[in-house]
Design a protein around this ligand. Structure first.
Ligand SMILES: Cc1cc2nc3c(=O)[nH]c(=O)nc-3n(C[C@H](O)[C@H](O)[C@H](O)COP(=O)(O)OP(=O)(O)OC[C@H]3O[C@@H](n4cnc5c(N)ncnc54)[C@H](O)[C@@H]3O)c2cc1C
Length: 400
């Protein structure tokens, strides 16, 4: 049995802790903030649940199936598909294979040609026949090159792929990995986009509950070696150390060269409260050529997001420059003057939301530095809840 110190109680750190526990090791997690979950967090504002940005869980995430009790999370689903807002029109693009009633609107929507829709079905079919591991092993390229190589029209890429991909991976340029796009599309078309009934915080909270080792919150680590972590007051010795922080923090703690970092993708989310929702649907709404990239009525998806008789909405834009006035003006073209009645619960400018991962980057999942410290985090896998969990599991496997 080894004793292991883990820096960071984000999803990667928690996944590492649980995996080590299952292998019979003794893990201690040190977290600088007052809560577990890192970038996956929620709070209550005037009785409304406000997540850290707009985040969704996908109930087919392979590593979530290994580590989480999905039933206990009381998952609530978004409708499969999306409502696409362009200029003054709103068009529903459903997933007719799962919700037959959306077939007519999906076929007649003018977001792309019939050929585009058939290509979408062909890609969906191809991805249904390969496993996730095989997706990551494919040669990679920028997502936009991949989509053009499949013959999608520019109109369909602009009206569908760009808002969809940028909503989930915060990459409006479509310059990120085509393999990530395929992973996300496979997940979305074979399983459900969901949130836990009581907010995204329930995902890390459940992992923390499963973890039986010591969890020290509000304990920042100031330095590490392969067998010790240093708090502001004292060093703690272990047989192995895992640094499960974001890349920039890991580089500082381990004195690594910052050249390995390729930066962050950012976003702005605004949470609104209202006496009534502007729509009854549970779709994710996507904006084309607007500041608002995506919008959802969270209280339609889970009533727990709002107090009785109220509604909770979230609108998200890429980048941190966009203002509340700009987002409200865009939403007014979708929902007219109802928007004037909405009260702002919180404006979130999230500069460090997801790490930039270049297409073709070596997907290491976890690795040891030259000094023997084990590194974990979404930046070593893919920037998603699944990627962070997978990285934590892989880091645990590097403990001898
Ligand atoms: C706005 C937003 C939207 C997203 N949307 C989605 C989505 O829809 N679906 C999806 O799957 N993923 C989404 N993601 C990505 C997902 O949340 C992350 O990939 C994942 O949470 C990263 O987990 P992690 O453990 O690697 O890192 P983190 O969550 O960053 O955890 C690192 C932890 O280390 C702690 N730490 C850092 N330094 C120290 C130190 N010196 N001492 C002690 N502790 C330290 C931090 O406080 C933090 O708790 C989104 C992320 C954001 C922010």
């Amino acid at each position: 049995m080894a004793s292991v110190g883990i820096v960071g109680a984000g999803l990667a750190g928690l996944a590492a802790g649980i995996t080590l526990q299952e292998q019979g090791h003794q893990a201690t997690i040190f977290e600088q903030s007052c809560h577990v979950g890192g970038r996956v967090a929620s709070k209550e504002v005037d009785g409304h649940i406000v997540d850290e940005g707009f985040q969704i869980y996908i109930d087919g995430y392979p590593k979530g199936l290994e580590l989480l009790d999905l039933e206990a999370l009381q998952l609530r689903s978004f409708a499969p598909g999306a409502i696409i807002h362009k200029d003054d029109s709103a068009q529903t693009v459903g997933d007719p294979l799962r919700q037959l009633s959306t077939l007519p609107q999906t076929i007649t929507s003018n977001i792309g040609t019939i050929g585009d829709k058939l290509k979408l079905l062909r890609l969906r079919y191809k991805l249904s026949r390969i496993d996730v591991e095989s997706i990551w092993k494919q040669p990679d390229s920028p997502a936009s090159d991949f989509l053009f190589s499949l013959g999608f029209s520019e109109r369909f890429i602009e009206n569908f792929w760009r808002p969809l991909f940028s909503g989930i991976t915060l990459d409006p340029s479509l310059s990120g990995s085509a393999n990530t796009l395929q992973f996300v599309f496979k997940m979305l078309s074979s399983s459900n986009a969901v949130v836990p009934a009581n907010g995204m915080r329930e995902v890390p909270a459940q992992l923390a509950e499963r973890f039986e080792g010591e969890l020290k919150l509000e304990t920042p680590i100031t330095g590490v070696t392969s067998n010790s972590v240093k708090t502001t007051t004292e060093p703690h010795n272990f047989d192995a150390v895992i640094v499960a922080t974001a890349q920039d923090s890991a580089q500082k703690l381990c004195n690594l060269s910052p050249a390995q970092s390729s930066g962050w993708k950012s976003c702005t989310s605004i949470w609104f409260a209202a006496d009534s929702a502007p729509t009854n649907d549970t779709y994710i709404h996507l904006g084309v050529e607007t500041n608002v990239n995506n919008f959802a009525v969270m209280s339609n998806v889970s009533s727990h997001y709002a107090p009785d008789g109220k509604a909770t909405m979230v609108a998200t834009a890429n980048g941190t420059e966009v203002t509340e006035e700009q987002l409200r003006a865009d939403l007014a073209t979708w929902f007219e003057n109802q928007v004037d009645e909405w009260r702002t619960l919180e404006v979130q400018h999230i500069a460090k939301a997801q790490p930039q991962i270049q297409p073709g980057s070596n997907r290491q999942l976890a690795k040891k530095t030259s000094n023997g410290v084990i590194l974990a985090g979404d930046y070593l896998a893919d920037s998603s809840i699944n990627g962070a969990l997978e990285s934590g599991i892989a880091a645990a496997a590097l403990v001898n």
